[in-house]
Design a protein around this ligand. Structure first.
Ligand SMILES: Nc1ncnc2c1ncn2[C@@H]1O[C@H](COP(=O)(O)OP(=O)(O)OP(=O)(O)O)[C@@H](O)[C@H]1O
Ligand SMILES: [Mg+2]
Length: 244
C-alpha cells in the first residue's frame, strides 16, 4: 500500500484531451499515480476508461494537455518509447500469438530483454501463475479465455514495468483466477510499481486499490480512497450495484 510516498508522482496527467476522429472522448483528465499505489478507474460503459489507458500508453494521441512519467513529458512519444520508460498496457482480451506455446509467448513478452532476464522473468511468471507452468508447452490459443488473460498479464510483467495500465483484468475469470490476478496486482504495488486499473468488478478492485476515480463525460468527477469510494452512496448506486 502507499506508505512513505516520495513527492514526484510516477505518472501525472494534466488536462488530457484525446479521442477518435472528430469525437472527443477525454475532455480534461487530471490524475496522479505514485509508486506503490493502485488507482482504480470506475465509469459507465463507453465513458472512456479504455481510451484513457490507451492514451497513457500512446496508442491514442494526446490532443491537448500533459502526460509525465517520472517527471518527463511523454505525450508526444510513441508507445515503444513509453515502453522503454517502464509503461506497459495489458489490454483486455485474448493473447496475441495463439499458435505459439505459452512459453514462447512469454519469450515474446520479453523480446527486448537480455537472455538472462528472460529466464528470470519466465520463472517469475510461473511462480505468480502456476497454471502457466502446467501449460507451458501448449499452444496459447488452446488455453481457456481466463488462462489467456493471465498470459497477457504475465507477458507484460516480463518487462519488469514501473507503470502497469491494466484493462478489465478479471473479466470472465473464475473466482480462483480472479483472486490470483488481484493478488498479483497487490504484489506489484508492494514492489513500488504504480498500477492504473480499470475493472468491471469494481467492488473487488476498490478493495485492493489505494484510490478510486470516477470518469464521467471525459473528466474525473469524483476521487477518494478505496474505502471512501466503497462507502459513497452515489458510487455504490451508479457503479457498484450496491444499496446506497
Ligand atoms: N477505435 C475507436 N474509434 C472510434 N471510436 C471509438 C474507438 N474506440 C472507442 N471508441 C468510442 O469511444 C468511447 C469510449 O470508449 P472506451 O472503450 O474508452 O469506453 P470504456 O469506458 O472502456 O467502456 P467499457 O466499460 O464498455 O469498456 C465509446 O463511445 C466508443 O464507442
Ligand atoms: Mg473498456
Amino acid at each position: 500500500m502507499a506508505a512513505d510516498l516520495p513527492s514526484t508522482p510516477l505518472l501525472t496527467l494534466r488536462d488530457v484531451h484525446a479521442g477518435y476522429q472528430d469525437v472527443e472522448i477525454l475532455r480534461g483528465i487530471d490524475l496522479d499515480l505514485r509508486r506503490g499505489e493502485t488507482v482504480c478507474v470506475v465509469g459507465a460503459n463507453g465513458a472512456g476508461k479504455s481510451t484513457l489507458l490507451r492514451t497513457v500508453f500512446g496508442m491514442v494521441a494526446t490532443r491537448r494537455g500533459s502526460i509525465r512519467v517520472d517527471g518527463v513529458e511523454v505525450s508526444r512519444e510513441p508507445p515503444r518509447a513509453r515502453l522503454a520508460r517502464g509503461v506497459v498496457l495489458v489490454p483486455q482480451g485474448r493473447c496475441n500469438f495463439p499458435r505459439m506455446s505459452v512459453e514462447e509467448n512469454l519469450r515474446m513478452g520479453g523480446y527486448t530483454l537480455p537472455r538472462r532476464a528472460v529466464a528470470a522473468g519466465i520463472d517469475r511468471a510461473y511462480q505468480t501463475f502456476p497454471v502457466l507452468r502446467e501449460r507451458r508447452g501448449q499452444a496459447a490459443g488452446n488455453l481457456s479465455g481466463g488462462e489467456q488473460q493471465l498470459l497477457e498479464m504475465a507477458m507484460a510483467l516480463m518487462l519488469d514495468p514501473t507503470v502497469v495500465l491494466i484493462d478489465e483484468p478479471s473479466l470472465g475469470l473464475s473466482p480462483r483466477m480472479r483472486h490470483l490476478v488481484f493478488a498479483a496486482l497487490h504484489g506489484l504495488a508492494a514492489h513500488q510499481v504504480g498500477v492504473l486499473l480499470v475493472e468491471q468488478n469494481a467492488v473487488q478492485a476498490l478493495r485492493v486499490a489505494d484510490r478510486g476515480l470516477v470518469v464521467e463525460l471525459g473528466r474525473v468527477t469524483k476521487s477518494g480512497t478505496g474505502p471512501e469510494m466503497l462507502d459513497d452512496p452515489d458510487v455504490r448506486r451508479a457503479y457498484l450495484g450496491l444499496p446506497a
